[in-house]
Design a protein around this ligand. Structure first.
Ligand code: MD6
Ligand code: FE
Length: 221
């Protein structure tokens, strides 16, 4: 449970709209933080965190894994969704029911009914790790939103517009915050600034992010 240090009561959830279709559900995850993290530990025991290489040949500072019927991967050939983990040559671990339920309920809370996530990208940020400004556009059906759950150390999320040059808002994402992102904002540029040193009771020195998508990809590629 997310506790307020002084009152020892759970933090009150509140919703912040970033732009039409994009909103932050602050303190949305309350009692499930440790269970979600233990699911992450089980998944990454089978499909370990790894630092992918961008098509341009750079090692990403964020370590990644996936669960669900397909996973997001990157290498010198490009970005894509694959049903096979290139590291283990096995299918990705199934998406835990707890993940599925959380993602569907958060999407509904933000006004997106019928969200059907088939992939969950799991990002692990060390202190100093960052994610450069990008668009999420490898999915086949852009009518479905993305649901992104923050755990562990906080991050500053950059949220821009439809062009790379558009001015960015900065949003602090704390443990338990969920970003739901779709509609007219589905292709907005966004990124994560370098994670600051700190200590999280749940993860220690990491930020963990779960990003749920409906990719529409089913074939083995
Ligand atoms: C992260 N999130 O928060 C990375 N993408 O670690 C994303 O790249 C992202 O949070 C699309 C929609 C929401 C997100
Ligand atoms: Fe993204």
């Amino acid at each position: 449970m997310t506790m307020d240090l002084f009152s020892q009561l759970p933090a009150e959830p509140w919703t912040e709209e970033l732009s039409p279709g994009a909103m932050v559900l602050h303190h949305y995850v309350q009692d499930q933080v440790l269970s979600l993290l233990s699911d992450v530990a089980e998944i990454t025991h089978v499909a370990p965190f790894r630092h992918l290489v961008t098509p341009g040949g750079y090692r990403m500072s964020v370590a990644m894994s996936n669960c669900g019927s397909v996973g997001w991967v990157s290498d010198k050939q490009g970005y894509r969704y694959s049903s096979i983990d290139p590291l283990t040559q096995k299918r990705w671990p199934a998406m835990p029911d707890r993940f599925l339920t959380l993602a569907i309920l958060a999407a509904r809370e933000a006004g997106f009914t019928d969200f059907q996530p088939d992939a969950c990208l799991i990002n692990r940020y060390d202190v100093g790790a960052k994610l450069s400004l990008h668009q999420d556009k490898d999915e086949l059906d852009l009518r479905q939103p993305i649901v992104s759950v923050s755990l562990g150390l906080p991050a500053i999320f950059q949220f821009g517009g439809l062009s790379r040059e558009a001015k960015c808002q900065r949003v602090l994402l704390s443990e338990g915050d969920v970003v739901v992102w779709g509609g007219p904002s589905r292709l907005n540029y966004h990124g994560v600034l370098p994670i600051k040193a700190g200590f999280s009771p749940s993860t220690g020195a990491y930020r963990v992010n779960l990003t749920f998508r409906h990719t529409g990809h089913t074939e083995k590629r």
